[in-house]
Write a protein that binds this ligand. Sequence first.
Ligand code: GEK
Length: 241
Amino acid sequence: MSRDQVYAEPLPQVVDFTFNAAVADVFPDMIRRSVPGYETILTLLGVMGQTFIQSNTHVYDLGCSLGAATLALASRTQAEQVQFVGVDNSPAMVARCEQVLQRHLPRQPVTVLCADIRELSFEPASVIVLNFTLQFLPPADRQALLERLYQALVPNGVLILSEKLRFAEDSEQAFLTDLYMAFKRGNGYSELEISQKRNALEHVLIPETSAQHIERLQAIGFKQVYQWFQGLSFSSFIAVK
Ligand code: GEK
């Protein structure tokens, strides 16, 4: 696995973060060293796939990067005639994702689309995953997308939404941010890498509070909404139609 050194050297100017080829090349290392609990979430996505994927439906992995969530979801399901669809708007990610999924899921019908998830039309789906993707959409676009995902889900279908959180209380925000810095240092990132990456993400990754996520999903109509995972500021929700 190639090591993430994207922000290791001082940059004359830190530009907004993009999912370009340099990021795609080191992505598995970057996300594991940057998202506390990422591996655990993937393991439990396997359990959710086994539980919630229904035969003759679609399963969407939106903002799929290299397809890790699709691989996890497909790993344990016994459902039949399931069409897996990974979608990402980074051509560099999509090219690599196609190779990964062809290699690891040769017998499953899998499609990888290079598209903006805000512009896609969805087929009836039993599971839709946004694993750390919604946070990269402009906040004003989030409600409309979630409403369309709700419409696409079949009865008892689920949306799994993983996000970096913001905290309403300044003290909780500061407390968890300090721990997150320690987590990144512990994973080998230097102070320079941490601060350059934070600047690059500032206008690109816009986190919301847990209450905002839960209330919006409930208002859209999901009958059960649970926050099932939290590792420092990184969290995951499941919403059942
Ligand atoms: C994983 N889910 O490993 N349309 C399509 N894709 C988008 C859009 C958009 N509008 N905006 C961002 N992306 C993955 C990790 S990474 C999370 C997801 C992270 C894509 C973007 O290109 C990137 O590949 C992905 O969403 C977010 O389980 O890097 O923190």
